[in-house]
Design a protein around this ligand. Structure first.
Ligand code: PGA
Length: 259
């Protein structure tokens, strides 16, 4: 796992968008895996900015979101479908027919989970998966204890996640269950970028990058992926033990690229 020490949260967002831009230049119909939450908002802002400036186009791309709540009515502002419409679809040239989320309103959630996996496969698999990380080390809604071989399925949200999600529901109870890509689904992406910002994520980032591989920190499963980079701001990186090594490696890589 490559750890990239970023100057601040905007730098992390720009580096993520640089990767999206480079991929789309090479493959305009690329398949992106996308997160929701507070962390990626800067990244969506930068994607919208570059789309408006004409340096990047999502017109031929497809996107698959990591997760969606179960049981929210269509168009509910707290749903991830509404989040994606607000933050990406309305602000870029991404076609709504190419923006997929797990069907949290489906009657048969098991069938909907299988269909989501099939749809990803039919699209050719995910070229670049972007992730955030939960306070408890979750990726998607794969809470601690999730099988490292899990696929898209229903998950019960942990108390830590419910507490973190209250802010999106105007004081009302947030949904307690979600459909989420599994850890094995995420690990099949060709490349993975995880963005972590803020001091509240420092413990989870250390566990993920330097702790043992464990279902107790689902993000530690990324240690099994060959092409994963973590974009961390100074606060999120503050508890890493091997920070000097990451710094040195980053400087040498930059020198190699510049050479
Ligand atoms: P956050 O959520 O970006 O709102 O902190 C991240 C996550 O739960 O994956």
């Amino acid at each position: 796992m490559e750890v990239v020490l970023c100057q601040d949260a905007s730098d992390a967002a720009c580096r993520a968008v640089d990767a999206v831009e480079a991929l789309l230049r090479e493959k305009p119909d690329a398949v992106l895996g996308l997160p929701t939450g507070s962390t990626p908002l800067l990244m969506y802002g930068e994607l919208a900015r570059r789309c408006a400036a004409g340096t990047l186009s999502l017109a031929k791309a497809s996107t698959f979101n990591l997760d969606e709540y179960i049981g929210l009515p269509e168009g509910h502002p707290g749903s991830y479908a509404a989040y994606m419409k607000r933050n990406l679809i309305d602000k870029t040239d991404l076609r709504i027919s190419h923006a997929f989320l797990p069907a949290g309103r489906a009657k048969d959630l098991e069938a909907a989970s299988r269909e989501y996996e099939d749809r990803i496969r039919t699209a050719g698999g995910i070229d670049l998966q972007i992730l955030g990380i939960g306070l408890n080390g979750h990726i998607g809604f794969n809470e601690p204890g999730s099988s490292l071989k899990s696929r898209t399925r229903v998950k019960t949200l942990s108390s830590a996640t419910l507490a973190a999600n209250i802010k999106d529901f105007d004081g009302a109870e947030p949904p307690t269950m979600a459909l989420t890509m599994g850890i094995a689904t995420i690990l099949e992406a060709r490349r993975i970028l995880l963005i972590a910002t803020g001091a509240s994520k420092a413990d989870a980032v250390r566990e993920m990058a330097e702790g043992p591989l464990s279902a107790n920190c689902p993000a530690s499963a990324l240690q099994l992926h060959e092409k994963t980079a973590v974009l961390a701001d100074p606060s999120a990186a503050s508890l890493l033990k091997n920070k000097d090594y990451y710094q040195r490696s980053q400087a040498l890589q930059a020198r190699l690229k510049g050479a």
